[in-house]
Design a protein around this ligand. Structure first.
Ligand code: GLV
Ligand code: MG
Length: 324
């Protein structure tokens, strides 16, 4: 291990993160009753400019009047390049003091963006005498944000998670796609001709680099990495495949932009009985190895060693966190 100890963000279950437009009081009510681990109340891109004021009012009422117990509640503010952002913070944090757990900062580009929000939030918390410290979630969804991702991840002790915002990221990088997440038929590999001249075309994952880079930056700073939206709400198989890819790379969870995606995310990001049993068998075999003074043994014909203990502990600890 490095001599540098990575301080971990507060442990929160974050398998699913449901996006709810603040402009719809009915959707806010349904979200409070749903099964998402985290709900983010949106003031940004799901809310039209003329609806921003109403959305703030709806969110204040929802925070004060609805029962959010058992959930983490976040609010996505507008970007720092708009004139809405400061009022989002002032109105909602003063109108519903102590109710939000997290604030989501969209299109974050530099560490100074995080610093700016931190400064305003700190002042409001002090003025309203709220002792609970709000945490930050940052959406990495611009080329600038991706370029500065490590500085952003380290920018505030409030930071808890990084999210990959695939739609804005595609726009910002001028990717030739208009879908929200998932694969693209133009991103593929054509194999060399086989002896009979036949060739195969394999679709690749055009988001691999971005998600992998975000996972590394998040984990290097003790934050949770989250995969963002998947736009085709009629394609649960596509959602599942995308979520599984993100999970295997190290993401803790995925956004749900429709309630039907919440159960999928909760299931995918919960280790299976089989995975847990295997992880426990590794821990038992390594315990036995330790007693025998050995650092490596074989289990089911495969080599395992001290690193396997750490891998298995990730799985077992996650299962324990979910069991609560
Ligand atoms: C999320 O905000 C996205 O742009 O994908
Ligand atoms: Mg976005």
């Amino acid at each position: 291990m490095s001599f540098t100890v990575i301080e971990q963000a507060p442990a929160r279950l974050n398998r699913s993160e449901l996006a709810v437009p603040g402009s719809s009081a009915r959707f806010l009510e349904k979200a409070a009753q749903g099964a998402a681990d985290v709900v983010f109340l949106d003031l940004e891109d799901a809310v039209a400019p003329d609806e921003k004021e109403k959305a703030r009012k709806n969110i204040i009422a929802a925070l004060n009047d609805l029962d959010w117990s058992g959930k983490t509640v976040s609010m996505r503010i507008n970007g720092l390049d708009t004139h809405y952002m400061y009022r989002d913070l002032v109105e909602v944090l003063e109108g519903a003091p102590g109710k939000l757990d997290l604030i989501m900062i969209p299109k974050v580009g530099t560490a100074a963006d995080v610093y700016t929000v931190d400064c305003i939030v700190s002042q409001i918390e002090a003025a309203t005498k709220v002792e609970k410290r709000i945490g930050f979630e940052m959406i990495i969804e611009t080329a600038l944000g991706m370029a500065n991702i490590h500085e952003i991840a380290a920018a505030s002790p409030r930071n808890e998670s990084l999210h990959f915002g695939v739609a804005d990221y595609a726009a910002s990088t001028k990717a030739a796609t208009v879908g929200i997440g998932g694969p693209n038929p133009n991103y593929g590999v054509l194999t060399d001709p086989a002896d009979d001249g036949s060739r195969d075309y394999h679709w690749g994952d055009m988001w691999h680099y971005a998600i992998a880079r975000m996972v590394v930056a998040a984990r290097a700073h003790g934050l949770r990495p989250l995969d963002g939206p998947f736009g085709d709400i009629k394609d649960p198989d596509g959602y599942t495949a995308q979520a599984r890819r993100a999970m295997v790379l190290g993401c803790e969870g995925k956004w749900a932009i429709h309630p039907s995606q919440v159960d999928l995310a909760n299931e995918i990001f919960t280790p299976t009985e089989k995975d847990i049993a295997k992880a426990k068998a590794i821990l038992e075999a390594m315990e036995q190895a330790k007693k025998e003074g050995r650092g490596a043994v074989t289990l089911d014909g495969k080599l395992i060693d001290i690193a396997s203990i750490k891998q298995a502990e990730v799985m077992v600890n996650k299962a324990a966190q979910i069991a609560g």
